[in-house]
Design a protein around this ligand. Structure first.
Ligand code: M6R
Length: 365
């Protein structure tokens, strides 16, 4: 079933263009969001939403963190994101007209399911499951479901489930914006970016060989830092989780602006630092953060847009990514980080598809 691929994880990384195409089919016209997928009342109910709470675990939680940037920026609605195992055991203040969104690949994660059940009597306007398994408990128990169509994900490390969750969440952000009267140019731009996404993901995957070459540098490292800003900060978190999970190298992610507040003390020649820096208004700021790392002898690997005009220099390697609309950059920049962790794990000889101590689906708390 792995076909030409050595591991399920690599196969699943390469399935992402198709998984995204399938997930996005039927969600838009050429330039408008179609909300009917959530049911006949959806348009009206989405219009009523004033707040969003997102709950999930692990990689799905990272998808939620990206969504917060999108929802607040694109739809202008307040959004909180919380780890399900925390949410389920505390009293949550739920403002009027709040939509609860539970994100889970499997739809059987014990904490996420318990969070949905816990929320039942908390006065939410509606509950939405973003899920990859149609018949799962989460998908059945939520008021609405938005199914990702990633197909079965066998590798314990989540890859195609994550990027399809992000696509679904960008759709949700655009749907909320549209139902709250956003100008059609705003939603139209997102819809067009999503239409082009599968092809751009295909292009980004062609960097496979460049990334494989970088993996050697991590072979005898114990620790790595990942940096990002804005919606790319949760992507750095996801990159760090992936590396930890399958190569057993300790990795931590920071919002780049936090460097000086502590982690810079860790940086020396033996600390690789990975950053994700698409061409956006935060790039100049990130450049100065990167300079701080380089000045301390840190080995930097920076994934940046080819238009960003960043040249390799001592201690900095840039991997150039194709230009994309900034709204889909978090999805695109996930790919090189998945590939990086995969190839580092190969160098380390770990069990890529079944990392030690982990299960694919965490159905007990
Ligand atoms: O099935 P779920 O999305 O609810 O799973 C949540 C986490 O257990 C999962 O994302 C986990 O963090 C992955 N192994 C990460 O690669």
């Amino acid at each position: 079933e792995k076909g030409e691929y050595r591991h399920y994880m690599l196969k699943e990384i390469h399935e992402q263009p198709a998984a995204l195409r399938d997930t996005l089919t039927g969600l838009f016209t050429e330039d408008r969001v179609l909300t009917a997928i959530l049911g006949p009342e959806a348009e009206k109910r989405l219009h009523e939403v004033q707040n969003i709470h997102i709950v999930a675990c692990g990689t799905s939680y990272h998808a939620g963190l990206v969504a917060r940037y999108w929802i607040e920026d694109i739809a202008g609605l307040a959004c909180n994101v919380e780890i399900a195992s925390e949410f389920r055991y505390r009293r949550v203040a739920v403002p009027a007209n709040t939509l609860l969104v539970c994100i889970s690949q499997s739809g059987e994660t014990a904490d996420t399911l318990a969070a949905l059940r816990h929320a039942r009597h908390e006065g939410y306007l509606a509950t939405l499951a973003i899920c990859n398994v149609p018949g799962s408990s989460l998908a059945r128990e939520a008021d609405w479901r938005l199914l990702t169509k990633a197909g079965p994900e066998i590798g314990v490390a989540s890859t195609k489930a994550f990027t399809t969750q992000l696509a679904a969440l960008l759709w949700l952000s655009a749907a909320l914006a549209q139902t709250h009267g956003a100008p059609p140019e705003i939603t139209g731009e997102i819809v067009r970016a999503l239409h082009g996404l599968p092809t751009q993901v295909e292009q980004a995957l062609q960097q496979d060989a460049d990334i494989q070459r970088l993996a050697e540098r991590f072979a005898n490292k114990q620790h790595t830092l990942f940096l990002g800003r804005g919606p790319l900060y949760p992507i750095a978190m996801e990159g760090a989780l992936k590396l930890k999970e399958i190569s057993y190298i300790h990795a931590e992610a920071y919002a780049a602006g936090e460097l000086k507040h502590g982690p810079l003390a860790l940086v020396d020649e033996s600390m690789p630092v990975v950053s994700v820096a698409p061409n956006c208004q935060l790039l100049e700021k990130l450049k100065s953060n990167l300079e701080e790392v380089r000045a301390r002898g840190g080995q930097l690997i920076n994934f940046a847009c080819e238009t960003a005009d960043m040249q390799d220099q001592d201690g900095i390697t840039h991997i150039h990514m194709p230009w994309v609309n900034s709204c889909i950059a978090p999805i695109l920049y996930t790919l090189p980080l998945q590939l990086l962790s995969y190839y580092v794990a190969l160098v380390k000889g770990t069990d890529v598809d079944k990392p030690r101590n982990l299960a694919k689906s965490v159905t007990v708390e």
